[in-house]
Design a protein around this ligand. Structure first.
Ligand code: G3P
Ligand code: CA
Length: 241
């Protein structure tokens, strides 16, 4: 079985990283959701991809310059379509409250590779514990120091390094950063790399897989999941429609 994770929610049909996109992913039958977390000025984990608000909201400047109550007033939907006008930037807590009762997996990407957020790891772990989500969440990041830090704070939550290309024996690298799985850019995977991961019992979840051709490859090669903007299409490819 290959799981299908909705990248920033069903982000081709709804504005990325909003509750609308996450709810659509659930309706689309995605097995899991991928999202990006940063901290507001007052230290609240919020869900947004870019370090700046400019591309996906009606505000400008760094996420960390805004307090949480200011971020909740940002419009994160209008840039995508006026149907979604007023869609707010969600907090991680809001997402967890919604997802906890549902049979869904979660991939939290800590967006801390460009800006380091003091206390981000602790806050995310605390929230996951509070909502009983530790066993169905994988935490990923391009900041691999952050993954090692998480392992020191929590001995069992699954972590996965994100990387885009060129690692030699990446299954060894996964172990070196105290992780259990790998989230590579989809073009950096090849059958011989998959074989190395399999021999080392390391689940692989490539991102961001949007073409039916690549989806088919990964279903055939047996990646544990794919991360896609198009969960509906991925499900169709998976079921051979
Ligand atoms: O987690 C996979 C993928 O989301 C990493 O890249 O830039 O879309 O966050 P990005
Ligand atoms: Ca991401």
């Amino acid at each position: 079985m290959t799981y299908i994770f909705a990248h920033r929610g069903s982000s081709k049909d709804c504005p990325e990283n909003t509750m609308a996109a996450f709810k659509k992913a659930y309706q689309d039958g995605a097995d899991g959701i991928e999202l990006d977390v940063q901290l507001s000025k007052d230290g609240i984990p919020v869900i947004i991809h870019d370090e700046k608000l400019d591309r996906t909201t009606n505000k400008k400047g760094n996420v960390f310059s805004y307090a949480y109550n200011e971020l909740t007033k940002a419009d994160a939907g209008s840039w995508f379509s006026k149907t979604f006008a007023g869609e707010p930037v969600p907090s991680l807590q809001e997402l967890l409250e919604w997802i906890a009762p549902l049979p869904m997996l979660l991939n939290i990407e800590l967006k801390n590779n460009i800006i380091e957020y003091d206390g981000l790891e602790e806050k995310v772990l605390q929230l996951l514990r509070h909502y009983g989500m530790e066993e169905r969440t994988v935490i990923s990041s391009f900041n691999h120091y952050s993954l090692v830090k998480i392992r020191k704070m929590n001995s069992y939550i699954e972590t996965a390094p994100l990387y885009s290309s060129g690692l030699f024996e990446p299954w060894e690298y996964v172990k070196a950063v105290c992780s259990q799985s790998a989230h590579p850019h989809y073009k950096s995977l090849h059958p011989y790399i998959m074989e190395g991961f399999k021999q080392n019992n390391i689940p692989v979840r490539p991102y961001t897989v949007n073409s039916p051709k690549w989806m088919s490859y990964f279903f055939e090669w047996g990646t544990q999941a794919i991360i896609t903007d198009y969960p509906i299409h991925a499900k169709e490819v998976y079921s051979g429609k």
